[in-house]
Write a protein that binds this ligand. Structure first.
Ligand code: UT7
Length: 332
C-alpha cells in the first residue's frame, strides 16, 4: 500500500489596506528610507488600523479567500490550525472563533505558537494528521497582527513588522507529492533575545509591566540576525543532504521574510540563483506567522506540479527549521 503523503492543495491570503511606508516611519522614529531599505529590504508594511479587530479578522479573511478560490465546502474541513504569536486572547483559542466564523462547524481547532516558526511547525502538525489517515482536510492559517505588540517608538522593531495572514489546505495525496521531510529545532537559551516579556503566567499584566513597556516585542537584533542566518542555512543544508538533493534539484526557496540580508545569506550558502529565492518582504515586512503562506500566495502562479520547494524559518524561542515539499498542482 502506498504511504499517504500530505499535500498543499489550495492557498489563500489577506493583508489589510493601510500601507505603512518607510517615509511615514521617518516621522515616528529616528530612521530613514535608505537605512531601512539597505539594512532590511523593507519598503512598506500593511497595518490593521481598526482597534476593534484582532488577528482572527486577518485569519478569517485569508481562510475565506482560500475557500472562495478553491470552492471547498467549509463543512468538510476536519481541523483548523491557527499559527500565531498574537492570538486574539490567551484564552480562548483564536482557532475556535475562526473555525466558527468561516463555517467550519464540523471541525475542531486550536492555536499553535512558536513565534516566527509557528507556520513552519504548523505544516509539520497539519501533515502528520493527514499522513496518519485520521483526517482528510486540515486548514492551516498563519496570521499575526504584529502592530498590536509593536512599540512605535522603538526603531529596532517598528521598522520590521507588519500585519497579514495566509492559509493553506492540506489533503492526502497518493502520488507521493506534498511534505517529504523536515528538520525542526528549538533552543530555549534564545528566549532572552526575542520576546514579549509580560502578559503571560511569568509576568502577568500589572501596573508595573505596563509602565515598564513590557507588553511589546523586544529583540536584540544583532544576536537574532546571527542565529537566524546560521541556523536557517544549516537547516536547509541538512534537509538537502538528508534527501540527496543538490541546489539544482531545488526549484524554489520559500524563506521566512525577516530581513532580505538574512535571506540572501541563506541563498548564498545554498548556492541558489536569485530567481529561485522568493521574496515579498519589500511590500509586507515581517508578518511573523504569515510570511510563508503570503509568499506561497504571491508566487503560486509560478509553481508547477512536482516542483521541489524548500521552506525555512527562524524565530523567537529560538525556534527554526526547514521543510522539503513537492508541490502538488498546476494553477488553473
Ligand atoms: O523573525 C525573526 C525576528 N527578527 C529578525 O530576524 C531580525 C534580525 N535582525 C535584524 O534584522 C537586524 O539586526 C536589524 C534590522 C534589526 C538591525 O540591523 P543591524 O544591521 O543589525 O543594525 P544594528 O542594530 O547593528 O545597528 C547598526 C546601526 C547602529 O548605529 P551605530 O551604533 O552604528 O551608530 C544603530 O543605532 O544602525 C542604527 N540603527 C538604525 N538607524 C536608522 C538601528 N536601527 C535603526 C533604524 N534606523 N531603524
Amino acid at each position: 500500500m502506498n504511504k499517504i503523503t500530505a499535500a498543499i492543495t489550495a492557498v489563500g491570503a489577506y493583508v489589510p489596506d493601510y500601507v505603512l511606508t518607510n517615509s511615514i516611519l521617518e516621522t515616528l522614529v529616528d530612521t530613514n528610507d535608505e537605512w531601512i531599505t539597505t539594512r532590511t529590504g523593507i519598503k512598506e508594511r500593511r497595518i490593521l488600523k481598526d482597534d476593534a479587530k484582532g488577528t482572527s479578522y486577518l485569519a478569517i479573511k485569508a481562510a475565506q479567500d482560500l475557500i472562495n478560490k478553491s470552492n471547498i465546502d467549509p463543512l468538510e474541513i476536519d481541523l483548523v490550525l491557527v499559527a500565531t504569536a498574537t492570538a486574539d486572547m490567551l484564552v480562548a483559542s483564536t482557532g475556535a472563533y475562526v473555525a466558527t466564523e468561516i463555517g467550519a462547524t464540523n471541525a475542531f481547532s486550536y492555536d499553535l505558537q512558536s513565534a516566527c516558526s509557528s507556520f513552519l511547525f504548523g505544516m509539520s502538525t497539519a501533515a502528520a494528521y493527514i499522513e496518519s489517515g485520521r483526517y482528510k482536510k486540515v486548514l492551516l492559517i498563519g496570521a499575526d497582527k504584529m502592530s498590536s505588540i509593536v512599540d512605535y517608538t522603538d526603531r529596532a522593531t517598528c521598522i520590521i513588522f507588519g500585519d497579514g495572514a495566509g492559509a493553506v489546505l492540506f489533503e492526502p495525496n497518493n502520488e507521493g507529492l506534498g511534505l517529504q521531510d523536515e528538520y525542526l529545532r528549538t533552543d530555549g537559551e534564545g528566549r532572552e533575545f526575542l520576546k514579549m516579556t509580560a502578559g503571560g503566567s511569568l509576568f502577568p499584566a500589572s501596573f508595573e509591566t505596563v509602565r515598564d513597556n513590557q507588553h511589546n516585542i523586544m529583540q536584540d537584533g544583532k544576536t537574532v540576525f546571527k542565529y537566524a542566518v546560521t541556523n536557517m542555512a544549516d537547516a536547509c543544508e541538512t534537509i538537502l543532504k538528508n534527501n540527496n538533493l543538490t541546489n539544482n534539484d531545488v526549484q524554489w526557496l520559500v524563506p521566512h521574510q525577516a530581513n532580505k540580508r538574512i535571506i540572501d545569506a541563506i541563498a548564498n550558502r545554498m548556492n541558489l540563483e536569485d530567481s529561485k529565492v522568493l521574496m515579498n518582504i519589500e511590500r509586507y515586512g515581517n508578518t511573523t506567522s504569515a510570511t510563508l503562506p503570503l509568499v506561497l500566495s504571491d508566487f503560486e502562479h509560478l509553481f508547477k506540479k512536482g516542483d521541489t520547494i524548500i521552506f525555512a524559518a527562524f524565530g523567537g524561542g529560538f525556534s527554526w527549521g526547514s521543510i522539503y515539499l513537492k508541490w502538488a498542482y498546476d494553477k488553473k
